[in-house]
Ligand binder design. Structure first.
Ligand code: UGA
Length: 429
C-alpha cells in the first residue's frame, strides 16, 4: 500500500522502515530539512539496532523515500500516519500543538479520500479533535477517516518489536478504514484488535502506566529485600513464573526514565483528573520511582561519606541499553546529583556519549569502558547495557583506590563480586 508517515523520530522512522520492509511504499516526512538531507544522503539520525540496514535496503529497493513536504507525503499515499512528538506541558498535561498543526496541514493537502492514522501517544478523545480539525480545514468534498493506532515499540528493540508485535490496536469510528488497516498489518502476522478510538487511545496510556507500575512495584519490593537480606531477583523470578504476572518489567534498579513512561504517567494522571478521577495509585508509582533514585544516591554517600573531591567512574548514560537516547535518563540524573554533591566524574556509554554532552558538562568522557575506573574512588553502574557484563573486573578493581562498586542495574552476581574482593552494593540484594 502507499503510506506516508509524518515525523521521523524514533517511532516514525523505524515504523516507516518496517512498513517498507514488508513491501509497502512509504514516504517519510519531517519538517527538519537538515534531517531529511541527512536521511537522503544515507545518514541515520538516531541509534537503533538494525535500523540503518533496513533504511538503506528499502531506499535502494525504491520503497522508502524522504521529504520535508507534508503535501508531497499526502499526495503520494492513501494512508497518512501521524508520528510527531507530544511533549509534556509544565503541569504534566500533553502539548498537542504538533498534532493539531500536522492535522491542519494534512487537511489542506487532501484532494481525495485519505485515512489519517494517529500513532503518537495522545490523551483519550484526541482522535475526535483531529477529526474535527481535518473537517474544518479540508476541502468540502473530500472524505476521510481518522484512526487511532498506538505504537508499543521499545527504543533499543524497536525493529524487533515492530516486526513481531504482540498485538496491533486499531481504533475506528466506522468500518470503512478497517480493511485497509488490516491489509497494512497483514504481513506482521499479529493479533489485531479493532475497537473504538477512545478505547484505543486509552489502551496506550493504560499499558505504559501499568508497565511503570510493575517497575515501581518491584522497586518497592527491593526495599523489603534490603531490609531482610532477601534477593529481589529471586523474588522477581519466583513471581514472574506465574503466567498471570510474567517476569518482564520486574527488574529493580534506579527506576524508569526515558521519553515515554515519566511523561505518559504524568499525562494519564492529568487526563484522569480532568475526567474527575484522582488516580492516586499512579501518583504513588511516580513517588516510588523518584525515591528509588534518592535511595541509591544515599547508598553511595552512606558508603563514601563525603563525596566532595571524590572521583567516581560511571558506566551508562542512556536511559536504558541499546539506545543513544538520554532524554529523562536516570543515569544522567544520577550524574547531576553526584556532581551537585561535589564529586568528580569519569563517564562512559557505548552509544550515548555524543547526546549526553549536550546535557551533562563538567565530567570526563572516557572512550574505553575498561579505562573508566582509573584514578576513581568507586565505580557506578547506571544503565543496563549488556556489554558492561564483559567489563574487565580485575583491571577495574586494581585501578580503583578502593574496590567499591554501586550497581544500579544488578548486572553482577553479589557472591562472585565479594569473592573477587569487591565491596559490591546493588539494588534489593
Ligand atoms: C516504553 C514501552 O515499553 C513501549 O511499549 C512504548 O511503546 C514506549 O514506552 C512508548 O510509549 O513509546 P521505552 O520507553 O522505549 O518503551 O523503554 P522501556 O524498555 O519500556 O524502558 C523504560 C524505562 O524503564 C527504562 O529507563 C528502563 O531502564 C526501565 N526499566 C524497564 C526498569 O527499570 N526495569 C524493568 O524491568 C524494565
Amino acid at each position: 500500500m502507499r503510506l506516508s508517515i509524518i515525523g521521523t523520530g524514533y517511532v516514525g522512522l523505524t515504523t516507516g522502515a518496517c512498513f517498507a520492509e514488508v513491501g509497502h511504499h512509504v514516504v517519510c516526512v519531517d519538517n527538519d530539512e537538515a534531517k531529511v538531507r541527512l536521511l537522503r544522503a544515507g545518514g541515520i539520525p538516531i541509534y537503533e539496532p538494525g535500523l540503518e540496514e533496513l533504511v538503506h535496503a528499502n531506499v535502494a529497493a525504491g520503497r522508502l523515500e524522504f521529504t520535508d513536504s507534508i503535501a508531497e507525503g499526502v499526495e503520494k499515499s492513501d494512508v497518512v500516519f501521524i508520528a510527531v512528538p507530544t511533549p509534556p506541558n509544565p503541569d504534566g498535561s500533553v502539548d498537542l500543538s504538533f498534532i493539531e498543526k500536522v492535522a491542519r496541514e494534512i487537511a489542506g493537502a487532501m484532494t481525495s479520500y485519505k485515512i489519517v492514522v494517529d500513532k503518537s501517544t495522545v490523551p483519550v478523545k484526541t482522535g475526535e479533535k483531529v477529526a474535527e480539525t481535518i473537517k474544518r480545514y479540508c476541502r468540502a468534498a473530500v472524505e476521510f477517516d481518522v484512526v487511532s493506532n498506538p505504537e508499543f515499540l521499545r527504543e533499543g528493540f524497536a525493529v524487533q518489536d515492530l516486526m513481531k508485535p504482540d498485538r496491533i490496536v486499531i481504533g475506528v469510528r466506522s468500518q470503512r478504514p478497517v480493511a485497509a488497516m488490516k491489509e497494512i498489518y497483514a504481513p506482521f502476522n499479529a493479533p489485531i484488535i479493532v475497537t473504538d478510538i477512545n478505547s484505543a487511545e486509552l489502551i496506550k496510556h493504560a499499558s505504559n502506566s501499568f508497565l511503570a507500575l510493575k517497575i515501581s512495584y518491584i522497586n518497592a519490593i527491593s526495599i523489603l529485600c534490603e531490609a531482610t537480606g532477601a534477593n529481589v531477583v529471586e523474588v522477581a523470578n519466583g513471581m514472574g513464573m506465574d503466567s498471570r504476572i510474567g517476569r518482564r518489567f520486574l527488574d529493580a534498579g534506579l527506576g524508569f526514565g526515558g521519553s515515554c513512561f515519566p511523561k505518559d504517567l504524568s499525562a494519564f494522571i492529568k487526563i484522569a483528573e480532568q475526567l474527575g478521577y484522582d488516580f492516586r495509585l499512579l501518583k504513588e508509582v511516580q513517588r516510588i520511582n523518584a525515591e528509588q533514585m534518592d535511595r541509591f544516591v544515599k547508598k553511595i554517600s552512606d558508603t563514601l561519606w563525603v563525596l566532595k573531591d571524590k572521583t567516581l567512574g560511571v558506566l551508562g548514560l542512556a536511559f536504558k541499553q541499546n539506545t543513544d537516547d538520554v532524554r529523562n535518563s536516570p543515569a544522567i540524573e544520577l550524574c547531576q546529583r553526584l556532581l551537585r554533591e561535589g564529586a568528580k566524574l569519569r563517564v562512559h556509554d557505548p552509544k550515548a556519549m555524543e547526546k549526553a554532552k549536550a546535557v551533562l558538562q563538567g565530567v570526563t568522557y572516557v572512550e574505553d569502558m575498561n579505562a573508566v575506573a582509573e584514578g576513581c574512588d568507586a565505580l557506578v553502574i547506571a544503565t543496563e547495557w549488556e556489554q558492561f557484563k564483559q567489563l574487565d573486573l580485575e583491571r577495574a578493581r586494581r585501578a580503583l583506590t578502593h574496590p567499591i562498586m554501586f550497581d544500579g542495574r544488578n548486572l553482577f552476581d553479589p557472591a562472585e563480586m565479594e569473592r573477587a574482593g569487591w565491596i559490591y552494593k546493588s539494588v534489593g540484594r
